[in-house]
Design a protein around this ligand. Structure first.
Ligand code: ZN
Ligand code: ZN
Length: 346
């Protein structure tokens, strides 16, 4: 075991504070990673505040981890000391079920092991990236290509793959019209990735406040959803809409923006159930879909794609002492577009 410094929430809704945690000794297939940067994902805040139900405390959040390998177990074949690597939202899965065998570990039928706020298959609690080091099985570690700096790569491990996966699955590409709903940590990655895939990209945001950024990051069009004329003008326009928002949406209104046989894919989850007249799907043969992060192979593919296209996240780099303030700002949508913690400051 190694004692490492970390930032943890000692109890639900409590501010994060500096502490120490134990990391397991490196096992046969483990790599020890010196964490350099950790992104702050909105889901970190949800879990610290128990917005998604009972959680495990103390909690060290962080599932957008970028660092460098500093030790490898004797059975490790994919990594060596000095490699630049990342860890995303999961650190293990059953590896045997239909989903795991298909490389879709995020949907493991026996439950994937989350990077933090989870219990590992060894019975020990998992702790995330707001810390100096982490030990992870090599099969749940991805390579960060040399073309991307580690700080802007960190958010690709959750925000990046979360958008890449549905954009690819539902065919974003040349000749296809794609809308991204919400221009935050997730949405701005959607704009960059959909643009790089060759799609014609529209941002649907509450206001035009971030329009200049949206166009600069690759959007072709930018509309305010607070303006009712937007929904009239864009009726039947899109092959694919990816919604990143967790605020309640008028789903029927958004479905009306799809072409026949178009898809509205959700990666954000409103807390309350929705009520929907299914004629908004039936008329036009439209689909309402969901998507959660991506498998390990697809996460590697995301990083390779982003490196090839020169894509990183837009970030605000902060010291660990600023985490609590950053949480407040994320809740007020006051970040452009992802906070990343410089873990050297822990
Ligand atoms: Zn996340
Ligand atoms: Zn499985």
């Amino acid at each position: 075991m190694t004692t490492v410094a970390a930032y943890a929430a000692p109890a639900a809704k409590a501010p994060l504070e500096r502490t120490t945690i134990e990391r397991r000794a490196v096992r046969e297939h483990d790599v020890l990673i010196d964490i350099k940067f950790a992104g702050i994902c909105h889901s970190d805040i949800h879990q610290v505040r128990e917005g998604w139900g009972e959680a495990i405390f103390p909690m060290v959040p962080g599932h957008e981890i970028a660092g460098v390998v500093s030790e490898v177990g004797p059975g490790v074949t994919r990594f060596k000391v000095g490699d630049r690597v990342g860890v995303g939202c999961m650190v293990d899965s059953c590896r045997e079920c239909e989903m795991c065998r298909a490389g879709k570990e995020q949907y493991c039928l026996n439950g994937q092991t989350p990077t933090y706020n989870g219990i590992g298959r060894d019975g020990e609690p998992t702790y995330g990236g707001y810390s100096e080091k982490v030990v992870v099985d090599e099969n749940f570690v991805v390579r960060i290509p040399d073309g991307i700096a580690l700080d802007v790569a960190a958010p690709l491990l959750c925000a990046g793959i979360t958008l890449y996966s549905p954009l690819k699955r539902f065919g974003a590409g040349p000749g296809r019209k794609v809308a991204v709903v919400g221009m935050g940590g997730l949405g701005h990655m959607g704009v960059k990735i959909a643009h790089a895939m060759g799609a014609e990209v529209t941002v649907l945001s509450q206001s035009l406040r971030k329009k200049d950024d949206g166009l600069r990051l690759g959007a072709d069009h930018y509309y305010a959803t607070s303006d009712p004329k937007t929904f009239e003008e864009l009726r039947g326009s899109f092959d694919l809409i990816v919604s990143t928002v967790s605020a309640p949406l008028d789903f029927a209104a958004y479905l009306s923006l799809l072409k026949p046989e178009g898809t509205l894919a959700n990666v954000g989850a409103p807390e309350d159930p929705i009520s929907l007249n299914l004629f908004s799907l039936i008329g036009g043969g439209r689909s309402l879909a969901g998507s959660m992060i991506g498998g390990i192979a697809e996460t590697q593919e995301t990083l390779d794609f982003c490196a090839e296209h020169g894509i990183g996240a837009e970030i605000e780099l902060i010291a660990a002492s600023e985490i609590n303030e950053a949480y407040e700002r994320v809740e007020n949508s006051d970040v452009r577009y992802r906070f990343v913690i410089d873990t050297a400051t822990i």
